[in-house]
Design a protein around this ligand. Structure first.
Ligand code: HAM
Length: 422
């Protein structure tokens, strides 16, 4: 039996890959405008990085990591997300000492989570993410959210819903934690084993349990928003004010808790509102994580960021029927007839390419008609035909495909004149 791709992964073939490149390109352009700079970190890290940052009681760490021992006996994990690695790198390279603060980074690359594959949920997926480290100005929260929204808009996505919440600071979270324990404790026996373990360690994680989602205590659980202290409230108000100033509409959802442990203060998600979008509507998630750098061994540095997967981005484009303006075409297809002319086009093709044109020729010894068809399939702007007669007369016949116009050019002037055409 032939070997198939592992479950939850996909091949991105030519024809489809152009969409990916287009999205990546747009995201890069916007990062440049917003002044976020690319960082590339390894695909695997020491397991401890994720247990410490993402959190031991999260589904990601407990159930979804690709963890293995390497030949040196170290526990290694394929990164399930990009924030931990970015912050690790920030600390390791002492970027907190950089005179340009905050440090604004973006990344793009494959992430790995052993989840149950379904529409929009893969085991390997590509995240595009940004992290701004070194500022606790609520304006940067608004900037990060505005960047995400701008990327979506620049690619024609408009049916979006931005949901925000505040998870408060340490003090607010502590008060909320106590309230959650009081709320769940009397009936914790009705919950799954994971939730029972989470009650003391991290009761907030109970709120995003997939198994007990429909339990009545979930609906009546105390919401963090009622436990925010004044400082957290003021911070959250300011973020909302800035978003309003930027003309970004949003909803406050006090139940938005996010699935990773490092968050505090601002948390947000962008969902697709498009009809017919699959069950998993979250396109993008992010939030503030003051305290994470310390957890990883660096000095106290506030941070905020987001990430979205290209897979869900493409699903949203499809749901909104957005056609990306991708035109695959080539500048010139060389058609040749007869051995001598065929030989000649080997050199000519190379010269065209060196001159900066995308160009192709026949490699299957096809008849003229089949070569013309091949040129059509490649969407050639021009076809240059070199037959035995043309070669003998030192000419080449050029056809502009859009209009059907056809004329002859001296063979030795072909590249120069072709440049003038374009
Ligand atoms: P997250 O919510 O776990 O956050 O993931 C962010 C985004 O990654 C999701 O909204 C979704 O677009 C995509 N994603 C996650 N899992 C999958 C999957 N199995 N298949 C396809 N797409 C997926 C984080 O990862 C945080 N690091 C985001 C962040 C950055 N927070 C602060 N800075």
């Amino acid at each position: 039996m032939s070997i198939q791709i592992p479950r939850g992964t996909q091949d991105i073939l030519p024809g489809e890959v152009e969409k990916w490149q287009y999205i990546e390109q747009k995201a890069r352009e916007l990062c440049e405008r917003f002044q976020y700079h690319e960082i590339r970190t390894p695909i695997f890290e020491h397991t401890e990085l994720f247990t410490r940052s993402v959190g031991e009681t999260t589904d990601v760490v407990q159930k979804e990591m690709y963890t293995f021992e390497d030949r040196g006996g170290r526990s290694i994990t394929l990164r399930p997300e990009g924030t931990a690695s970015t912050v690790r790198s920030f600390v390791q390279h002492k970027m907190y000492g950089d005179p340009n603060q905050p440090v604004k980074l973006f990344y793009m690359g494959p992430m790995f989570r052993y989840e149950r594959p379904q529409a929009g949920r893969f085991r390997q997926f590509v995240q595009f993410g940004v992290e701004a480290l070194g500022s606790k100005d609520p304006a940067i929260d608004a900037e990060v959210i505005a960047l995400a929204i701008s990327i979506y808009h620049s690619l024609g996505l408009n049916k979006l819903k931005l949901v925000i919440n505040s998870l408060g600071d340490k003090e607010s979270r502590q008060a909320h934690r106590t309230a959650l324990i009081q709320h769940f404790q009397p009936r914790i026996g009705e919950f799954c084993q994971d939730c029972q373990n989470r009650l003391e360690k991290n009761p907030m994680r109970i709120l995003d349990c997939k198994q007990d989602r429909d339990h009545e205590l979930m609906r009546t659980a105390p919401s963090i928003i009622d436990y925010l202290n004044d400082e957290s409230k003021t911070y959250f108000d300011k973020v909302q004010q800035y978003l309003t100033d930027l003309g970004i509409s949003f909803e406050v959802d006090p139940n938005l808790v996010r699935g990773l442990d490092y968050y505090n203060h601002t948390a947000f998600e962008i969902m697709s509102d498009a009809q017919g979008f699959g069950a998993i509507t979250t396109l993008c998630g992010g939030g503030r994580y003051n305290g994470l750098t310390q957890e990883i061994g660096g000095p106290e540095t506030p941070g905020i960021g987001f990430a979205f997967s290209i897979e869900r981005f493409i699903a949203a484009l499809e749901a909104e029927n957005v056609e990306l303006p991708i035109n695959r075409n080539i500048d010139c297809y060389l058609v040749s007839l007869g051995e001598e002319a065929q030989d000649y086009t080997v050199k000519l093709l190379h010269q065209l390419r060196l001159a900066g044109f995308s160009a192709e020729r026949d490699y299957l010894n096809r008849k003229i008609k089949a070569q013309m068809k091949a040129a059509d399939r490649l969407n050639a702007k021009y076809v240059a035909i070199l037959g035995e007669d043309e070669l003998a007369a030192n000419k080449i016949n050029v056809k502009k495909m859009e209009t059907g116009e056809q004329w002859e050019i001296d063979l030795e002037n072909f590249i120069t004149e072709f440049k003038d055409l374009n």
